[in-house]
Design a protein around this ligand. Structure first.
Ligand SMILES: Cc1ncc(COP(=O)(O)O)c(C=O)c1O
Length: 462
């Protein structure tokens, strides 16, 4: 009997080949993972990619214990905690999906009631369900862009929490997402302050700040960060506040590098350590750990400068859009929920309206042909993330790609106009028009023009 099983050439390395091919293209990514452009920063001294690839067989004795560190991992985590103003920080090498599970497990006590922001990442929803927790959802009451962007008002959150309390027991834990991929940043210290002053009894808060690590390094965003709550902790020392960062999304860290920070009751660090022990792989990835250590030093030295530089590049891009006639089809004015004082827009996330020429998904595809990668689109908008891996070269490549796409668009538009001719089209000799203004240029006419040209006649539109 003939087998239907397709056998592949065992020597092939399809995944490696594809990745190598992608990496060799040096694509400018306006999505995430600044490290993908390591070595090309306009700010940092030259970096060697090999520094991020340290692998070793040794464990505890010669290195440190990942779960209960006392040596170099402990020291590095303390340096990171210092940088973010956390009581303690923890390194995670399984991405923020794992970090979120650890954070929730650490805070959760059996029978706890949890209020979960519906906009939270899937890891939050899956894990709170897996714990068998009593979960209520915080629905968004603010929407924009055909409901593609959702948020909650402070009033919605406060009344949801107080309503629960009025029926008996309040929420034990509140879980929120601090920053959306689209760049909506919630003023978390302001939100916590408001909740507590309003009489909300919750004392355990987990805030997913996956996209917000860079916010700690610029004055315009720092006040809204989760660890900026010393003044609140002073008033409410029984608080337990945990947040997570996808370090690879906004720092020079390897994929799956993640941070947990905490502040509040003294038992909290131990609870996180135990939860990490229960959930994290027992084979932490050393290159990722090394990248987290390098990142803390790098951000300490250059974080503020890089955050500021990202804003300069945003300004440069926006100025090009408004001054360059080729780019006049674009619009970068994008303000959402301006009347909501607890929400602001991350200045490094730029929404570009391309609706005048096409759907955003079409422009996204065209940009990739020019080695510019954009991940998120709304119907008419591209989201450009000016992370710290974006350099001047990338911005120039973006501007040049958009100009080319615009030119193509204008040519096509002229073609449409030319379908009904505004001019005489005259082959010479004999100099007798074959098309008059107002005539339609159909396929037959186009063919006729081509034949004249092939015969070496001059064809003039006048
Ligand atoms: C808000 C948020 N939290 C958590 C995660 C999960 O992070 P990771 O992909 O590192 O597991 C993501 C991923 O995009 C996210 O956007």
């Amino acid at each position: 009997m003939e087998s239907n099983v397709v056998r592949f050439n065992q020597e092939e390395t399809p995944l490696f080949d594809s990745l190598k091919n992608i990496c060799q293209k040096e694509i400018h990514s306006f999505h995430a993972l600044p490290i993908s452009s390591a070595g090309h920063s306009d700010i940092l001294p030259a970096q060697r990619k090999e520094d991020f690839c340290l692998e070793a067989t040794i464990t505890d004795e010669a290195f440190d214990n990942f779960f209960f560190p006392k040596g170099v991992i402990s020291k590095s985590q303390k340096l990171t905690a210092q940088l973010y103003n956390a009581d303690n920080s923890f390194y995670i090498t399984g991405g923020t999906s794992v970090a979120n599970q650890i954070a929730i497990t650490a805070l959760y006590d059996k029978e706890d009631h949890i209020l979960v922001d519906k906009n939270c990442h899937q890891s939050v929803h899956f894990h709170s369900q897996a714990l068998g927790a009593n979960v209520d959802y915080l629905n968004s009451d603010l929407t924009a862009e055909d409901e593609q962007i959702k948020a909650w008002s402070l009033d919605k959150l406060t009344t949801t929490a107080l309503d629960k309390q009025s029926k008996g027991k309040g929420y034990d834990i509140i879980i929120l997402t601090a920053q959306s991929y689209e760049g909506l940043i919630y003023d978390i210290p302001g939100v916590l302050s408001h909740l507590l002053k309003s009489g909300v009894s919750t004392r355990k808060f987990f805030i997913d700040e996956a996209w917000g690590s860079l916010n700690y390094f610029c004055d315009d965003t720092h006040p809204y960060t989760v660890m900026n709550i010393d003044h609140i902790i002073e008033q409410y020392p029984d608080l337990e506040v945990v947040c997570t960062h996808s370090a690879h999304k906004s720092l020079f860290c390897l994929r799956q590098a993640s941070l947990i920070h905490c502040k509040g009751k003294s038992v909290l660090p131990h609870k996180i350590e135990v939860a990490k022990f229960r959930i994290h792989t027992t084979s932490p990835n050393y290159p990722i750990l090394a990248s987290l250590d390098l990142a803390q030093s790098c951000m300490y030295q250059y974080g503020a400068e890089m955050a500021l530089y990202s804003r300069t590049l945003v300004d440069k891009f926006k100025a090009s859009v408004s001054l360059d006639p080729q780019l006049s089809f674009l619009n970068t004015d994008f303000e959402l929920f301006q009347d909501q004082k607890h929400i602001l827009h991350d200045p490094t996330k730029v929404m570009v309206n391309v609706g005048k020429i096409s759907d955003a998904s079409v422009i996204k595809e065209k940009l990739l042909q020019h080695n510019v990668f954009v991940k998120r689109t709304l119907n008419k908008h591209l989201l450009l993330n000016f992370h710290i891996g974006i350099n001047e070269l990338a911005v120039n490549a973006l501007i040049s790609a958009l100009s080319t796409i615009a030119r193509e668009f204008l040519i096509n538009q002229n073609d449409v106009v030319l379908n009904i001719s505004e001019k005489f089209i005259i082959p010479y000799p004999p100099g007798v028009p074959i098309v008059f203004p107002g005539d339609q240029i159909n396929d037959a006419v186009t063919q006729k023009i081509k034949t004249y040209e092939e015969k070496g006649l001059l064809v003039i539109a006048a």
